[in-house]
Design a protein around this ligand. Structure first.
Ligand code: DNO
Length: 347
């Protein structure tokens, strides 16, 4: 296991120098946030990011994410040009020695929360999701500002794209996904870059849009569409754990060999479709983190792992979910679990 940390580049209030001080922190999960969705990621820009990370004493094993252009998800004729651009970006990652590409296939929106600073009894705050509050989300001024969202449409663009999705149900989205995978997985294989699909977050339809990366059955269908190890998964315990029927350790075992990157975070449910994000330890939420780590170790996983969204604690302010302190605590807790499981397995 290689412990990594997400970093948002020079705009991130958390500097690389502080990330490096987290014990055993090895790698950065990075991206180029200013490249328009659908454009090729230039080799020199990836190289420059890598050099910056390496000069801080860290490595760049994972890119999260290169967004998939909406025309690919909608299956429009212009998807061909965007698929070619995606293939070119994969080759450029390879030329820079990046081995894993995390991406998602969620229509229009990336992860969705209805509250970014939900107050917790201990005085900290965390991200939260209340299903009934979705309808109250106001997009009249365009998209809300959520960390890491690639698409930024104004209100008119958003209306047009939401209309285009009316013709797309789960099966149509799956077919468009399979078409994309058939085109990019061979390139990823040749380039030696493992594709790591991030599950939908939350893993159910939102705003009437289909979401098809939800559970063991839907993921298996995608894995089977192109049965190559390079068509793999980012195993996100927070996203998949939001659906209480998902048996996370069983899913880790089911997808062993296809999991190339892991997001470890915890969620606490108030009801089947309402949850808040919690501290990383098992006791603080509904994810049995030890059982997940054990399943990862026992199934031979040896890739990059990162703590995911943390609470805002100790007066820190910054990108919602992406402060330094609680994610650093998460990294320490997770390393403890890995060390214990790995050493017990060795004896
Ligand atoms: C949220 C993240 C997601 C993730 C993308 C991957 O914090 O987990 O935004 O990066 O869905 O493409």
């Amino acid at each position: 296991m290689q412990m990594t940390f997400r970093w948002f580049g020079d705009d991130d209030p958390v500097p690389l120098a502080h990330i490096r001080q987290i014990p055993q922190m090895r790698g950065i999960v990075g991206a180029l946030f200013d490249i328009p969705v659908g454009d090729v990621w230039p080799l020199e820009r990836i190289q420059a990011l890598k050099q910056k990370v390496e000069s801080a004493g860290l490595t760049l094993p994972v890119i999260e994410s290169i967004p998939v252009h909406e025309s690919i998800k909608l299956g429009l004729p212009e998807r061909e040009r965007y698929i070619e651009a995606y293939q070119a970006s994969i080759r450029n990652l390879s030329a820079c020695g990046v081995g894993v590409l995390c991406y998602n296939f969620m229509p229009v929106f990336d992860w969705v929360r209805t509250e970014l600073t939900h107050p917790l009894p201990d005085g900290s705050n965390a991200l939260a999701y209340r299903h009934d509050d979705l309808s109250a989300m106001d997009f009249s001024g365009g998209m809300p500002d959520m960390p890491a969202w690639a698409n930024q449409y104004d209100a008119d663009q958003l209306r047009a794209i939401m209309d285009a999705y009316r013709a797309i149900d789960d099966d149509a989205l799956f077919e468009n996904f399979a078409y994309f995978l058939r085109a990019v997985v061979p390139v990823a294989e040749e380039a030696g870059v493992k594709l790591a699909l991030h599950p939908d977050d939350p893993p159910w339809p939102v705003f009437g849009l289909p979401r098809i990366v939800r559970d063991a059955a839907t993921i298996q269908r995608i894995m089977d569409a192109v049965p190559s190890a390079y068509n793999g998964l980012t195993f996100c315990t927070g996203s998949l754990g939001a659906l209480q029927t998902n048996d996370l350790p069983a899913m880790v075992r089911q997808f062993a060999g296809r999991i190339h990157f892991v997001h470890l975070r915890n969620v606490k449910h108030d009801s089947a479709h309402d949850f808040r994000e919690s501290e990383h330890p098992s006791q603080c939420g509904d994810v049995d983190m030890l059982a997940v780590v054990r399943a990862l170790v026992e199934s031979g996983f040896d890739g990059a792992v990162r703590p995911d969204h943390g609470r805002m604690i100790w007066g820190e302010s910054g990108k919602a979910g992406y402060g330094l302190y609680d994610r650093a605590l998460g990294a320490m807790y997770l390393q403890g679990l890995f060390e214990a499981v790995e050493r017990m397995q060795a004896t």
